[in-house]
Design a protein around this ligand. Structure first.
Ligand SMILES: *Cc1c(COP(=O)(O)O)cnc(C)c1O
Length: 375
């Protein structure tokens, strides 16, 4: 392999001393559960995001589940989610006996639009869950206006876009994940801010929701052995928090490295008619969790085979839309038609994207892709 989809090894080598020291400190302190690193990291992330509350938890899926549990919803209440995303977003909805309503996305940005969301709103709709896919935020200004008009909650799934900024029409900027009533993220190793195991967090500016979500994440406890809600046991490990405390300092640098790699790719593919490079929306910065091309559907799978044969990994995110997953069959009407999502599932291909892509590696990858389309 010329490189991997994500190179965590070389990233670690560069900050090895700091990381090793943080882990050893945690191990020798024996404060493995809710140690000081968890508190420090949560406060540091609040500062980074300019958000009032960061509530750490065990993973990004739990973060979504805890967010929904805090909203006093009734079984059968509808939650609008994009059909083109990772399973978690809709999975937790169904798990809580709520009803996931899958909507189509925008072909250019891969993200849900207020227009598509509005078409799916019914009297039972209670929550909108936009997903900031591949490193770029949805148009949160339009989505929040819509939510206000219909009196809906907004939970931003920001597992893929931590560090991205939403840009509002008056020029103000806010970090993705801090605009809806609740935002969530994942620290899965391959995410833009990844730890060395599982981890996640919930964000909110609402004091009451924050208090309730903290309790839900901790067995619904107000104080030890007093349980006010049915909760879960979902914690961020102290060791993972210690690692994240080191990596958070480098997050902006990492975002920059990803953007530079993306610019290199863009430039290299600009003359190839059959390749559509990822669009940049005016309402968000891009932190390139993925660098995702659109290519003709009849060539996509052959392109991946060709790249793999030459030691270059390439992946399809996502090959099957949520509405066609067996697990969701009971929630999907047979006449549901999501043409953009279908088109994307057959034409997207993601190239290696991480913080350790040298020009040499990028040149090797782009030359191969170009050769496939020009010979
Ligand atoms: C990774 C991811 C999640 C889930 O995160 P985990 O930490 O793996 O549970 C949720 N939503 C999206 C969009 C993701 O990419």
């Amino acid at each position: 392999m010329i490189t991997q989809m994500v190179d965590l090894k070389n990233q670690y080598e560069k900050i090895k001393d700091e990381i090793d020291k943080a882990i050893l400190e945690c191990v020798s302190s024996t404060a493995y559960i809710n140690g000081p690193a968890v508190e420090t990291f949560s406060r540091n992330l609040e500062k980074y995001l300019s958000v009032k509350h960061v509530i750490p938890c065990a993973n990004g899926t739990d973060a979504l589940q805890i967010a929904l549990m805090a909203l006093d919803l009734e079984p059968g209440d509808e939650v609008i989610v994009p059909a083109f995303t990772f399973i978690s977003t809709a999975e937790v909805v169904a798990l809580l006996r709520l009803r996931p309503v899958m909507v189509d996305v925008d072909f250019e940005t891969f993200n849900v639009t207020a227009e598509n969301i509005e078409k799916a709103i019914t009297p039972r709709t209670k929550v909108i869950m936009p997903v900031h896919l591949f490193g770029q935020a949805c148009d949160m200004q339009s989505i929040m206006e819509l939510a206000e008009k219909y009196g809906l909650y907004v939970i931003e799934d920001n597992a893929q876009s931590i560090g991205a900024e939403c840009i509002f029409s008056d020029g103000t900027r806010k970090k993705a994940g801090t605009i809806g009533h609740i935002g969530t993220t994942s620290f899965f190793p391959s995410k833009n801010l990844g730890c060395y195991g599982d981890g996640g967090a919930i964000f909110t500016n609402d004091d009451l929701l924050a208090e309730k979500m903290r309790m839900i994440a901790n067995h619904g406890q107000s104080k030890r052995y007093y349980h006010d809600y049915i909760g879960v046991n979902s914690r961020l490990d102290s060791i993972q928090a210690a690692i994240l405390n080191v990596k958070l300092k480098y997050l902006d640098q990492y975002c920059m490295a990803r953007r530079q790699a993306a610019s290199f790719y863009d430039e290299a593919f600009s003359q190839i008619e059959e390749i559509q490079i990822p669009a940049r929306a005016p309402y968000s910065t891009h932190v390139f969790h993925q660098y995702t091309l659109k290519v003709p559907s009849d060539k996509r799978d052959r392109l991946i085979e060709y790249l793999n044969a030459h030691g270059i990994p390439a992946m399809i995110y996502y090959p099957i839309p949520l509405n066609r997953q067996k697990a969701f069959a009971e929630f999907v009407s047979p006449d549901l038609n999501l043409p953009v999502t279908e088109k994307l599932c057959s034409s997207v291909v993601s190239l290696p994207m991480h913080t350790e892509l040298s020009e040499d590696i990028l040149r090797t990858i782009t030359e191969r892709v170009k050769r496939f389309f020009t010979t």
